[in-house]
Structures are given as C-alpha cells and as structure tokens.
Design a binder for this molecule. Structure first.
Ligand SMILES: C[S@@+](CC[C@H](N)C(=O)[O-])C[C@H]1O[C@@H](n2cnc3c(N)ncnc32)[C@H](O)[C@@H]1O
Length: 520
C-alpha cells in the first residue's frame, strides 16, 4: 500500500492529511505540489505501530488508546490491523522490560529531533525479537526499514538507521553457545537476567498492592496479569447474552438458548458458571463481524463485570417477591458503554434510567442498547449523576464509579503505567455514592457499589465511609448468588475479585469489587 504525501513537513496524523478523505486518496497519484519531493509511505503494520507509539510517547498518552482512531490504521486490511494491535499492545505491556534490555546495550540514548520515532522503532524491534518470537531477520529488516519511511522532514540520517540496525542485530546474536550446541540470543539472556515482569508495572501501584493484599497475593496478581512468557497472554473475551442474567438468577432455564448461541460462536467456546460465554481461539479479528453481533444476540462483557447487576437483581427479586420486575425502577449510574444497563434491561426491569456524564460515551451507550434492541425500555440521561434527581425514589441503584481501572490491566496494559489522579477519583466516587444513597434510593431499596479497581482506597474504604454516614448498611452477598465466584466473598459479604486468585477459568478474570447495601 503506497501513499504519496505532498507538502511541507506534514504531521502524518494531522487532520489536513486525513487519509480517509477522497482528496488524499486521490493524492496517491497526484503530482507533488509546491515543488516538494513526494514521500512514499509504505503503510505497513510496523509503520503504523511505530508511528502511533511515537506520537503517543510525544503526547504523553497511550498508543493502545489512540490506535483504533488513527486514520492510517483504518486503511490497513484486517490481518495487518491485527498485527499492528499485537505490536502496540506488546510494546506497551512490556515497556519496562524492553527499556531495561535496551539500556543494557545503548550507552548514549538518542535525544535529537527523531527521538520518539527512533525509540518506538527500537522498542517495536525488541518486542518482536523477545516477546513475539518473530524470526530475527524479518523483525530487524522490516522494522529498520520503517525509519526510512519517516514521514516528516528532515529524514532520519543514515548513521542513526545503521545504529538502530546494529542494536537490534546485537540483541539477536547468540549470547553463549551451550555444550549441546543450543544458544539463546543476547536479548533473551538480558531479559532473563536483568529484567522481571514487574518492571512493567508502576512502582507506586506494586507498593499499594503489597500494602493492600500482602506480598504473596501481589505475586499471584502479577503472574496472572504480567506472565513471564507472552505466549500465556491468551486473548480472553467473555460475552453476555440476553439470557445470561435470567439464567444466573435462576429465573428461567435458558440453557438451550445459550448453548445454541455458543455453538454458533464456534465449538471451542465455553460456558462460565454465571452463564457468560468465553469465546475460543477459533474466533478472531473484529468482534463486529462475529456471528450474532449484528442481530444483537450478545455484548462483550468480562465475567466479573457481570456481578454487580447479578447481585442487584437477585436482591430486588427477594425484596419485592410479589412484584413483576417490569413495574420496578432501577438506576444504572455511570452507564456507558452499557454492559450493566443491558443486563438490567434484559432481565426484565421495566424502567431503567441510565446516567452517563460523557457525551461521546453516551452515544456509544445509545448505539449499543439500540443494537441489542433494549433502548426502548431505557431512559438515557446525559448528565453528571450527582445532578440527577428522580421524580420518585427508586427500588435499586447500581453505581459503577469511574476508577483507576487497575483490575482491567491484563487487557489494557496502559492502566499499569498511568498515574491516575486518585484524590480526584476518590472525591467523585464519594459524591456519586452519597448522592445515590441520600437522594435516589427509596427506603428499603438496594444499592450496589462497584469498581474495577485493585485498590482498597477506591473500594472497601469507600464503602466503610459510606456506611459510617448511617443511612445504608451491608446486605451481604451469599455464595449461591454468585456461581463460580463464591470464594471471592470476603468477611463483610462484599465481593473482592483479584486476578490470579480464583480457581479454574475464572482465575484470569478482571479484578472487581462489589458491595451491596440496603437503604435504612
Ligand atoms: C466504569 S465506567 C462504567 C461502565 C458501565 N457501567 C458498563 O457496565 O458498561 C464509568 C463511567 O462513568 C462515567 N462518569 C464519570 N463521571 C461521571 C459522573 N459524575 N456522572 C455520571 N457518569 C460519570 C464515565 O464517563 C464512564 O463512562
């Protein structure tokens, strides 16, 4: 795929060069304007990965977040997209170890104009050599070639290109030859001797985990979310169906419907204990192209993320046994992209108010509910939750507060490198939780507070403070309500899911916290 860019020092990401616009596609064959020499860009997966990594590093953001929005990424075919995603995710997941290996063999790091692009190229090269096990010849040649495609002026000088080539070649050479003739690459030896998977997690976060959960459990969490071998990072995708919550709360036996959906998703998908489906490796690529997506048969939702709606629904059914769920009003506070709202709607609540502060995310929420055929019964409110007051107090509230998202790091490695404004997050979490308990929930109503955080400060500590205010108390979660997660119930009757701690298939699930309360 060759694109000819014309003009002065173009920022390859700039809106004026949006490659999706007709004029730029025409530009592939246009004669250079302003007498500038056209630059030919080989739009390969490696080029896109390196460019997005370099731009993200320059902007202080994360490439895994920016990638899908990149106009050049959208021009790649689906195979190249998958490889680009893999390259970017591997670099960002392993960035601490990659940089430590590079530090061992670069005496004077480049600090010039091209610093971000060069660093991104080196990191992408090392990621392929040491974590993706790409044959060294291809990994080095194709990666170094990207430096010659640098899309801005001035081009990267040839001596620098040779230097990058030299570093990657050095790392790929045998370190020592064993007596049996086998040898490991220098890069592999450095990786083994000088780095540890924990180098990829911010030290403040590791310290906090040690304080919160102790050394042994922190080791378990780390080995699950950052295994020493990249090969064990299998892509785990769990789906919820419209039948899952009703089946898990034993409202109706939907086994047949769920099994038939599983079959359509490939013979290697498995049923999780709370009726999520974990898809097998036979399903690849864009989830939007998988069977049943268009028809709204399922949505992507991690199995631990299904727990808040599960324990809310089961308590409301116990509390109001005579009522039809369609008569009850529940609020889904902090709703986008709508996984939990979809569960509540699919189980039959007749009146669900979904509140979301972020306009862009509320559009995604709307689209998701529409695709699933659930929008009709849902009132979507785009506002800060603390401003919303119901005309009548409601029967249930699920408040899934914004948080550090540290429980989702196995899938979104950037959360382990971010430095979130915890003070601000804790403040908004408290404001939202207090507002739900004081102003939204009726007497005897059920409230569920949830975070996908691995920090007590955002979870257990918040619930303690909320209970101390006096108008809510814990309604303990019982083992029979949370199939597969029984061992995650703590001494208070709250659910604390830590990656790597549960047995079997649920061992790899996201970290989550769920507390259920009742309004006094
Ligand atoms: C953890 S996510 C929610 C996930 C969602 N419950 C689901 O299951 O798909 C938190 C959401 O809260 C939203 N948010 C942040 N502050 C908010 C506020 N003050 N009021 C309402 N929503 C807020 C964020 O935009 C984000 O979409």
């Amino acid at each position: 795929f060759g694109i000819v860019l014309t003009g002065k020092s173009p920022s390859w990401m700039s809106a004026s060069l949006n490659p999706l616009s007709e004029s730029n596609l025409d530009g592939i064959s246009t004669i250079p304007k302003n007498g500038m020499t056209p630059q030919k860009i080989d739009l390969s997966a490696r080029f896109v990965a390196i460019s997005v990594l370099a731009d993200a590093a320059a902007a202080g953001t994360f490439a895994t977040r920016e990638l899908e929005e990149s106009p050049y990424f959208q021009l790649l075919d689906s195979r190249d997209r998958a490889f680009t995603r893999l390259l970017v995710a591997t670099v960002e997941r392993r960035i601490g170890q990659i940089d430590n290996v590079l530090e061992c063999c670069i005496e004077k790091p480049n600090r010039g104009k091209h610093v971000h692009f060069i660093r991104a190229t080196l990191r992408t090269g090392v990621a392929q050599l040491l974590f993706l096990h790409t044959p060294p010849f291809a990994a080095i040649k194709e990666t170094v070639q990207v430096l010659r495609m640098y899309p801005k002026k001035p081009p990267i000088p040839e001596p620098i290109i040779k230097f990058v080539n030299g570093v990657l070649r050095k790392l790929s050479r045998p370190a020592d030859t064993e007596s049996d003739g086998s040898s490991e690459m220098l890069g592999e030896k450095l990786l083994r001797e000088k780095t540890s998977p924990q180098d990829n997690i911010s030290p403040w976060l590791l310290d906090q985990w040690r304080d919160d959960w102790g050394e042994e459990t922190t080791e378990l969490i780390c080995s699950e979310v950052m295994p020493s071998d990249n090969a064990s990072m299998t892509a785990r995708i769990d789906l919820s169906t419209k039948f899952s919550l009703a089946a898990a709360t034993r409202m109706k036996d939907y086994t047949e419907e769920i099994m038939s959906l599983m079959e359509s998703l490939g013979g290697d998908s498995i049923l999780l204990p709370q009726f999520s489906i974990r898809v097998g490796s036979s399903l690849k690529g864009d989830v939007k192209l998988w069977p049943g997506y268009e028809e709204g048969a399922w949505w992507v939702q991690d199995s631990s993320s299904t727990l808040p709606a599960l324990v809310l629904s089961s308590a409301i059914r116990d509390k109001y046994p005579q009522s039809d769920l369609s008569e009850l009003h529940v609020v889904d506070m902090c709703s986008a992209p709508g996984g939990k709202a979809s569960q509540l709607l699919s189980v039959g609540f007749g009146h669900v108010t979904a509140i979301e502060a972020n306009t862009r995310r509320s559009r995604i929420l709307n689209e998701n509910l529409k695709r699933l055929g659930l929008l009709e019964k849902c009132q979507v409110v785009v506002d800060e939750g603390q401003n919303w007051v119901p005309s009548r107090l409601v029967h249930g509230v699920l408040v899934d507060v914004p948080c550090s998202a540290t429980g989702t790091g196995a899938r979104r490695p950037d959360v382990f490198r971010r430095d979130p404004d915890l003070k601000e997050l804790i403040k908004i979490q408290r404001t939202l939780a207090n507002h739900c308990a004081d102003t939204i929930l009726g007497k005897g109503g059920i409230m569920v507070y949830a975070t996908c955080s691995l920090l007590r400060e955002e979870s257990e500590d918040q619930i303690r403070t909320l209970i101390e205010r006096g108008n809510v108390e814990t309604l303990p979660i019982c083992p029979h309500e949370v199939p597969g997660f029984e061992d995650a119930i703590d001494e208070h009757g709250w659910l604390r899911v830590l990656p790597g701690v549960l047995e079997g298939d649920l061992c790899s699930t996201d970290g989550f916290f769920v507390a259920r309360l009742v309004r006094k």
